[in-house]
Design a protein around this ligand. Structure first.
Ligand code: HEC
Length: 158
């Protein structure tokens, strides 16, 4: 009886850990282990970076913009690695604007950045639509909730 209860608890927790969202159903090749972080958590972090990326570029803090673009790319790769049924072309279509953003940051080109950022946001939404999550609509941020971070570029003293 003790063992049966134990098995039931195990089964129930495994079922709870299974995400019912399309693309998020299948954990990565870990032999059925539940990943330490879920896809929605990776996405929530991506959302944060999407805002920080915009904020950094607006402040013309190009090293920070480049850093955030890099971290956002890591997050999307992490999503693709964790969830085998995330369509790779949709991840790639988010990756291309991130490369354009890196280029723009290198050239300190705000206009090119804005164009690439628009493309990035479109690619976020394209995947949400493909996943049947058209109600998760990203757009260009209008303000930053990160009042504890100074986005201004570091002034060189010499
Ligand atoms: C390749 C597909 C794909 C791409 C690209 C993608 N997403 Fe997602 N996103 C998802 C899926 C699938 C979910 C639902 C995850 C879940 O509920 O388990 C999601 C959920 C979210 C959520 C809701 C998370 C929450 O907890 O509220 C946000 C916010 C989000 N994505 C932001 C973004 C941003 C910003 C980008 C672009 C920089 C992006 N996503 C790109 C597939 C994608």
């Amino acid at each position: 009886m003790k063992y049966l209860t134990f098995a039931m608890v195990l089964f129930a927790s495994a079922a709870a850990a299974q995400d019912s969202t399309p693309f998020a159903q299948q954990p990565y090749k870990t032999g059925g282990e539940v990943p330490l972080i879920g896809l929605s958590e990776v996405m929530a972090i991506s959302q944060m970076r999407h805002i920080k990326l915009w904020q950094a570029a607006k402040a013309e803090n190009w090293p920070l913009a480049s850093y955030e673009a890099d971290k956002l790319r890591d997050s999307l790769y992490r999503a693709a690695n964790f969830y085998v049924n995330i369509p790779v072309p949709l991840v790639k279509s988010a990756d291309e604007p991130l490369s354009a953003i890196q280029d723009a940051a290198k050239r300190r080109d705000l206009r090119a950045f804005e164009k690439a950022f628009g493309d990035l946001t479109t690619s976020c939404n394209a995947c949400h639509q493909a996943a049947g999550l058209e109600f998760i609509r990203m757009r260009t941020p209008s303000a930053s909730p990160f009042s504890d971070q100074d986005f201004a570029p570091v002034k060189k003293t010499r």
